[in-house]
Design a protein around this ligand. Structure first.
Ligand SMILES: NC(=O)c1ccc[n+]([C@@H]2O[C@H](COP(=O)([O-])OP(=O)(O)OC[C@H]3O[C@@H](n4cnc5c(N)ncnc54)[C@H](OP(=O)(O)O)[C@@H]3O)[C@@H](O)[C@H]2O)c1
Length: 314
């Protein structure tokens, strides 16, 4: 089975719905109940995030669904069985992220799970009102600030964090200088892949310190999933691969497994796909040096500093 599994990934068939089936995974498999556990999911109003919300809520969690579109959030709450609490925030704007995190911490509720799922691939280089490149702000920096500011709620009881990355990160090496795609011509897939690599590195860098706080953190990739995000950002890819794409439920499976399963409770600092830890490099050219990691972590800390509580700054 291990050989088949490796072959599935090497040929990219593993990313499709056929790969999900070949691994004998099922979205109907019950996970242990997460009754009364609080789980916050970003990018919750559609696609993979929405599927994760639905699955976690049906499994008994109190799901805090974050989105920027109030109507879509209201619809999600109405249509989902179980307890879903809507939180409005624009996750590309760090002041908005700070407001979301601080409101949550002030509510006094513990947080047992955080799913950093929001992700974008803008067609052209776009700068937010706060001066950050949009892909970087949404896919990485905002998630850095959200996670750090939520730590007081995450530390209360054992908790798990999931960074939703992408198989696209295999094409990118780690960069500190160009994490905001300020150098060279802008290519959406490259800008996206750089931030997705960044999420995987962040999970591995944070794992040991967070372990001391009773928190596990893992990255994962969902495979190729039929969502509006893929349809809008990669229309040609979408047209070609549509019959083979996973459902959003299949894409969300490993997220829910990482949050809810007993099997995954000790895992930390890893990169998962279809419930197995995977290599973080497939190409020689993407391997990074300790200096690059240090510079990357410093860059994030510098950019995040104005948005962290004073005692949280490095
Ligand atoms: N689909 C795939 O094949 C695939 C493959 C690899 C990795 N992934 C990753 O999986 C995650 C989910 O992907 P998806 O395909 O489900 O994406 P999607 O269909 O585009 O959904 C993205 C969600 O994020 C929300 N969102 C976007 N920008 C936001 C912002 N600034 N503030 C608040 N919410 C915002 C969207 O809400 P609005 O309606 O307000 O925009 C939507 O609910 C992403 O991190 C993506 O990179 C997906």
């Amino acid at each position: 089975m291990a050989l088949i599994d490796t072959g599935l990934d090497a040929t990219l068939v593993g990313y499709t719905s056929a790969g999900f089936a070949a691994r004998r995974l099922s979205v109907d498999e019950p996970f242990p109940a997460v009754s009364g556990k609080h789980v916050l999911v970003t990018g919750a109003t559609r696609g993979i995030g929405r599927a994760a919300v639905e699955r976690l809520a049906s499994n008994g969690a109190v799901v805090h669904a974050v989105g920027r579109n109030e109507d879509a959030l209201a619809q999600l709450v109405e249509e989902t069985a179980g307890t879903v609490v809507a939180h409005t925030a624009d996750l590309s704007l760090l002041e908005s992220v700070v407001g979301l995190a601080d409101d949550y911490v002030a509510s006094g509720q513990p947080l047992h799970g955080l799913v950093n799922n929001v992700g974008v691939m803008p067609p052209s280089r776009t700068i937010t009102a706060e001066g950050f490149e949009l892909t970087y702000a949404t896919n990485l920096l905002g998630q850095y600030v959200l996670t750090r500011r939520l730590l007081p709620a995450l530390e209360v009881e054992p908790s798990r964090i999931v960074m939703v990355s992408s198989g696209g990160m295999y094409s990118a090496g780690l960069t500190a200088d160009n994490i905001d795609s300020s150098e060279g011509p802008y290519a959406p897939t490259e800008a996206y892949a750089r931030t997705k690599r960044g999420q995987v590195v962040l999970a591995s860098e944070w794992a040991s310190t967070m372990g001391e706080q009773g928190i596990t953190i893992n990255a994962m990739h969902p495979g190729w999933v039929d969502t509006e995000g893929v349809r809008d950002s990669l229309p040609r890819f979408y047209r070609l691969t549509r019959p083979f794409l996973r459902t959003a439920e299949q894409g969300a499976d490993t997220i829910v497994w990482l949050i809810a399963s007993d099997e995954s409770s000790d895992a930390t600092g890893e990169f998962f796909h279809d419930r197995l830890a995977r290599p973080v490099h497939r190409l020689k050219r993407t391997h990074d040096e300790p200096d690059t990691r240090r510079a990357f972590m410093e860059q994030l800390a510098d950019d995040a500093a104005p948005f962290l509580a004073p005692q949280q700054e490095n």
